[in-house]
Write a protein that binds this ligand. Structure first.
Ligand SMILES: Cc1ncc(COP(=O)(O)O)c(C=O)c1O
Length: 385
C-alpha cells in the first residue's frame, strides 16, 4: 500500500491487489502447488517447497503483520498452532505466566506442555498487583496476555503490564483475537509478539480455521518462520486465500458488529433476568476507561449472567430464531455459547471457578444482522424462560 494510504480499511481492501505477475489478475490467484522449480542447479527462486513458503500464505502474513505494526509473521493452521509456535521461542523448563481466565484451549495447551516437562506455567489474575509482582519475581521467560479475555471480557493494561514483564526479562505475547488490529494494536503498546485465531474476526465468515503469530522485530519473525517450517504448522494456501478475501471487509464488519453489540449489551443490561453484563463498552464495566485508552472501540463480543437454572438456560438458547448455539466468534452471523459446557469445558471445574466462569454465563458474538432483528430474537428467547 502506498505510504499515504494508511487506514486499516484501505490496507485491507487493497492488500496485494494486482500482484499477479502471470496474467495481471486484480485479485491474487490461488497457488496450490506444493513444490516450485529451481531455475538451475544451486539457484533457488523465491519459493522452493510449500511448507516453508507459499504466495497466498505470505500475502496474508504480510498484510496482517502490517496491520499490527509488526516486522513479519507466520500464518498457521489454527490459532492454537500459532500459540504453540510461539512456545518454541522459550527453552525447556522456562516459566510462562498466563491469565487464569484465558481461552480454554490455551489453558489446556499450556497445562499439557507443562505435563510433558516442556515448560512451567502459572495462571494468575493479571489484574491483581500482588499476583503480578510475585509472578514477575519468578523471572518468567514468556508473559501471555489475552485482552479482552475469553469469555469474561476482562481487560489488562497492555502497556503497563508489558513494560513490567519486559523489565523482568520476559517476552510479551498478546492474544488479540477478540478485537483484531481494527480495534487494538498490542505491538504498538509494547508487546513483542501478537497471536490471533484468524478463524475469528480476521477471516470473519466462519469458514476457515487458522491462526497467525506476528513479531515486532525481524529477528523474532525469522525465528518464528524457522520453527514453522521445521515443525510444519504453516497454514494451507486455500485457507490463506479465503482469509485474505474475508479480511478485506474487516473494518466495515467490525464497525457494524460493534454498533450492534453496544445495542445488545444495553438491552441485556436493562433486563431484569440478567444479573450481570460483561462488555467494556458499558459505562459501568470495570474495563470501560481502559478500553477507551488502549482500544479504538469495545468490540463485538459480550458475556452475561442469566438468572436461570440449567434447564431454563437450555430453553433460552434453543428458542433463538437468530443466534446460533455454537462455539467460535467473529463471523458475520450472531452466535451464542455456554462457555462452561462448550469453549471452556477443557478446563477443570476448579479452574473455571477461579476464573469466574459460572454455569449461568453465556457469551454472544454479535453479527451483522439488522440490530432490530437481533433484539427481537432476544425478546423471543427471554419469553421462553
Ligand atoms: C482468544 C482465543 N485464542 C485462541 C483461540 C484458538 O484458536 P483456534 O480455534 O483457531 O485454534 C481461540 C479460539 O476460540 C480464542 O478464542
Amino acid at each position: 500500500m502506498p505510504p499515504e494510504l494508511k487506514s486499516t480499511a484501505t490496507a485491507c481492501v487493497t492488500a496485494h491487489l494486482g500482484d499477479d505477475p502471470g496474467y495481471g489478475a486484480v485479485i491474487p490467484p490461488l497457488y496450490l502447488t506444493s513444490t516450485y522449480n529451481f531455475p538451475a542447479l544451486d539457484q533457488m527462486g523465491p519459493y522452493d517447497y510449500g511448507r516453508g513458503g507459499n504466495p497466498n500464505r505470505n500475502a496474508l502474513a504480510q498484510t496482517i503483520a502490517a496491520l499490527e505494526n509488526g516486522a513479519g509473521g507466520v500464518v498457521t493452521s489454527s490459532g492454537m498452532a500459532a500459540i504453540d509456535l510461539v512456545l518454541n521461542l522459550i527453552k525447556a523448563d522456562d516459566l510462562v505466566i498466563a491469565p487464569h481466565d484465558a481461552y480454554g484451549g490455551t489453558h489446556r495447551l499450556l497445562n499439557s506442555r507443562q505435563e510433558q516437562g516442556r515448560l512451567r506455567v502459572q495462571f494468575i489474575d493479571q489484574n491483581n498487583p500482588t499476583a503480578i509482582n510475585k509472578a514477575l519475581a519468578a523471572k518468567p521467560a514468556l508473559f501471555l496476555i489475552e485482552s479482552p479475555s475469553n469469555p469474561l471480557m476482562r481487560l489488562v493494561d497492555i502497556k503497563a503490564l508489558g513494560m513490567a514483564a519486559k523489565a523482568a526479562g520476559a517476552l510479551v505475547v498478546c492474544d488479540n483475537t477478540f478485537l483484531s488490529p481494527a480495534r487494538q494494536q498490542p505491538l504498538s503498546l509494547g508487546a513483542d509478539l501478537v497471536v490471533h485465531s484468524t478463524t475469528k474476526f480476521l477471516n470473519g465468515h466462519s469458514d476457515v480455521v487458522g491462526g497467525i503469530a506476528i513479531a515486532k522485530h525481524e529477528a523474532l519473525a525469522e525465528k518464528l518462520n524457522w520453527w514453522a517450517n521445521c515443525t510444519g504448522v504453516t497454514g494451507a494456501p486455500f485457507d490463506s486465500y479465503l482469509t485474505l478475501r474475508g479480511l478485506r471487509t474487516l473494518q466495515a464488519r467490525m464497525d457494524i458488529q460493534e454498533l450492534n453489540a453496544i445495542k445488545v449489551a444495553t438491552f441485556l443490561d436493562a433486563h431484569h433476568q440478567v444479573s450481570k453484563v460483561y462488555y467494556p463498552g458499558l459505562p459501568g464495566d470495570p474495563g470501560y476507561l481502559l478500553a477507551r485508552q488502549q482500544q479504538s472501540g469495545p468490540g463485538a463480543l459480550l458475556s452475561f449472567e442469566l438468572n436461570a437454572n440449567h434447564e431454563a438456560l437450555g430453553r433460552f438458547v434453543q428458542a433463538s430464531p437468530l443466534f446460533q448455539l455454537a462455539e467460535s466468534l467473529g463471523g458475520t452471523e450472531s452466535l451464542i455459547c455456554h462457555p462452561a459446557s462448550m469453549t471452556h469445558r477443557a478446563m477443570s471445574e476448579e479452574a473455571r471457578q477461579t476464573a469466574g466462569i459460572s454455569e449461568s454465563l453465556l457469551r454472544i458474538s454479535v453479527g451483522l444482522e439488522a440490530s432490530a432483528d437481533q433484539l427481537q430474537a432476544l425478546r423471543t428467547m427471554f419469553a421462553a424462560l
